[in-house]
Design a binder for this molecule. Structure first.
Ligand code: TMP
Length: 205
């Protein structure tokens, strides 16, 4: 079982992935918790290039290619071996983040993203994707007040218009693939969100 967590900044998905991992471990599942861009030393090195520095340092196409270089390492070295060993993989962001951030919000050619997705993700598509939906004005202020790793704030600095397009992008992904993607209302309390995540996941198991 491969479950991915997607959404804009400050949507609380990192807290929820930890809570879900805890619940599933208690239920006896063997869990691999990982993230993108990252999850291997090489992919984490690429992450540093993407999440820090000047806000306009990369073109959207370069960002898509860098994310996919990191994803190739992560899928081959971590995700596929874990799934082959019948482990449950919980991943904080995956292919939909590239489509939403670089494609819908960044303007990268969606044809390039389709091709990369086919070549690199291939059959390793998530069984379930939870899309954490939140007004970006609230998400950005939450992320800032949390003081998230300030060295990793390159996307937070992209401005509200970018984050509005990003939200619409995630909602469009959800509309196009309703069997795989489920909406989570991230404006609710941490406990309420945890409950709705658990309802979705336990229903699937
Ligand atoms: P995080 O907020 O989950 O730590 O992710 C790091 C940043 O990377 C976040 O701002 C979203 C961005 N990102 C992309 O732009 N494209 C991608 O494909 C991925 C996986 C993340």
């Amino acid at each position: 079982m491969f479950i991915t967590f997607e959404g804009g900044e400050g949507s609380g998905k990192s807290t929820q992935i930890r809570r879900l991992a805890e619940r599933l471990r208690k239920a006896g599942r063997d869990i691999v918790m990982t993230r993108e861009p990252g999850g291997t030393p090489e992919a984490e090195a690429v992450r540093t290039l993407l999440v820090s520095g000047d806000v306009a340092r990369w073109t959207a196409n370069s960002e898509a290619l860098l994310n996919y270089a990191a994803r190739e390492q992560h899928v081959v070295q971590v995700v596929r071996p874990a799934l082959a060993a019948a482990r449950t993989v919980l991943c904080d962001r995956f292919m939909d983040s590239t489509r939403a951030y670089q494609g819908y919000a960044g303007g990268c050619d969606l044809g390039l993203i389709d091709a990369l997705e086919r070549a690199i993700v291939g059959p390793t598509r998530p069984d379930l994707t939870l899309v954490f939906d939140l007004d970006p004005a609230i998400g950005l202020s939450r992320a800032r007040s949390r003081g998230d790793a300030v060295s990793e704030d390159r996307y937070e600095r992209k401005g509200l218009a970018f984050h509005r397009k990003l939200r619409e992008g995630f909602l469009d992904i959800l509309r196009r693939d309703p069997k795989r993607c489920r909406l989570v209302d991230a404006s609710l309390s941490v406990e309420e969100v945890e409950r709705s995540v658990w309802d979705i996941v336990s229903g699937m198991l």
